[in-house]
Design a protein around this ligand. Structure first.
Ligand code: PXG
Length: 456
């Protein structure tokens, strides 16, 4: 392997590179870990450490690292046509092919796609589309979008506003007007004193209460991730989504499913909405659509909205230079080919998803783990100081102790990457994992839990 001067790279890094969601001063003190290579489910750092990437990069490398066929598709497209825009009555072949393919893979009734460069831009696009839709329908008063606390919908001004992250809202006067938030269906954190089903209904009905409070004639849409990802892999109670769908139908509110994490096999279905019986009008996608090999995102537009935009809309004054970028589309096409060809969605549904669930259930026996759950290839476990009889009896650590971050550091040192959301440790591994790979991942996680416990 190539030799790297890690210190030199770190010095240049802290001098010139402002990282996303990072305290740059703190990072410059410790130096960033330099990731230099990936193959399959592993990445390597500049010191030669092999690390099992249980976060798929950032919830995106669904087909794993080192896929030559994607690199080949990208090379071929770059040499044929590296870029052309789709603005002025022009199009390009990969964009047409990818739009067609996505509508084939989507649930029935999604005939159209709007391309962007990221999930954030996808959700900005959603905000523009739903307001435009209601304008065209003659209800321009319907402009408010309801989202949920702790949702993550991106980091652009609209994306961060749609998201429900208090830390993001505190910086820069967000959310922008016309976006409001309701409860998240997080039973572990918010359901004390209630049965899970009772809590599920209450969380869903917080949406109905908000609609009634605002007036349904003011509400354009509800946006949500089928399972909240960055918010901590929040798997809702089984009765939550059916009730939310009922409420949206009752008040004729458009449903936007943010499939940026849940899409493309993560939950054992091509789109997470299908797993929960959600009937969205719009679906945001990014990440897994290209497995992160190149930036790509967009919105799958259901016919209720798409037919109106096209038939009544005239010009829709929205778009990006890189909407339908031919190279990104070529990468996504090959990535989707791999997902279908290798039956990765079926693998998650039938084999690795159930196996991951079993293994995480075993991790729940660890003295530090108060609760563990999973769905398809996302899973999380909650670190607790002392276990109680039931879910809400556990004694939690104080946030200031930073136990999750300490545990995350042990994970890195033991060669596995997990994400810490407070004291909830989460994984979203590549969908190409085998059951043996899951065993290896769980072994490294268990060792790191032991090391964290020894620290305390
Ligand atoms: N929607 C969802 C559901 C996401 O998870 C976005 C939109 C935005 O996508 P872009 O491509 O604009 O980043 C995301 C992104 C984390 C973390 O801390 C998660 C994301 C991004 C950054 C950090 O887990 N998800």
């Amino acid at each position: 392997m190539e030799n790297f001067d890690t210190r030199a790279i770190q010095k240049l890094d802290s001098a010139h590179y402002l990282h996303p969601f990072t305290d740059s001063l703190e990072l410059s003190g410790r130096g960033a870990r330099v990731i230099v290579r990936g193959e399959g489910i592993y990445v390597w750092d500049s010191e030669g450490n092999q690390i099992l990437d249980a976060m798929s990069g950032l919830w995106c490398v669904n087909v794993g690292y080192g896929r030559a066929s994607i690199a080949d598709a990208v090379y071929k497209q770059m040499m044929t046509l590296p870029f052309y825009n789709s603005f002025f009555n022009t199009t390009n072949v990969p964009a047409v092919q990818l739009a067609t393919r996505l509508t084939e893979l989507a649930p029935p009734g999604f005939s159209r796609v709007f391309f962007t460069g990221s999930g954030s831009e996808g959700n900005d696009t959603n905000l523009r589309i739903v307001r435009r839709y209601w304008d065209l329908m003659g209800y321009s008063e319907r402009h408010i979008v309801i989202s949920r606390h702790n949702a993550y919908h991106g980091s652009t001004v609209a994306g961060a506003s749609l998201g429900g992250m208090a830390g993001m809202h505190a910086q820069g006067g967000l959310p922008i007007p016309g976006i409001v938030h309701v409860m998240q269906p997080n039973y572990f954190e918010c359901g004390k004193g209630m049965e899970e089903e009772e809590f599920g209904l209450m969380a869903a009905r917080s949406l109905e209460e908000k609609i009634v409070e605002l007036g349904a004639d003011k509400v354009a849409a509800f946006i949500a991730e089928p399972i909240q990802g960055a918010g901590g892999v929040v798997i809702p109670p089984a009765n939550y989504w059916p009730e939310v769908q009922r409420i949206c139908d009752k008040y004729d509110i458009l449903m936007i499913a943010d499939e940026v994490i849940c899409g493309f096999g993560r939950l054992g279905t091509m789109f997470g909405s299908t797993s929960f019986g959600i009937r969205p009008d719009l679906m945001t996608f990014a990440k897994g659509v290209s497995s992160g090999y190149v930036p790509m995102g967009g919105v799958l537009v259901g016919d209720r909205v798409g037919d109106v935009l096209v038939a009544k809309g005239g010009e829709f004054a929205h778009g990006f230079t890189y909407s339908g970028h031919p190279v990104a589309c070529a990468a996504a096409l090959e990535n989707l080919h791999i997902i279908v060809q290798e039956k990765l969605v079926e693998r998650v549904a039938e084999t690795t998803g159930p196996y991951l669930k079993q293994q995480f259930a075993k991790l729940a026996e660890h003295p530090l783990v108060g609760h563990a759950n999973s769905y398809g290839m996302v899973a999380g476990l909650n670190l607790v100081r002392r276990k109680g009889e039931r879910l809400h009896d556990h004694e939690l650590f104080a946030p200031s102790e930073g136990v999750g971050m300490k545990c995350r550091a042990h994970m890195f040192n033991n060669g596995v990457i997990m994400r810490a959301v407070g004291d909830r440790m989460i994984v979203a591994p590549p969908l190409v994992m085998s059951t043996d790979d899951i065993d290896e991942m769980v072994k490294r996680i268990r060792k790191s839990l032991d090391d964290t416990l020894a620290d305390l």
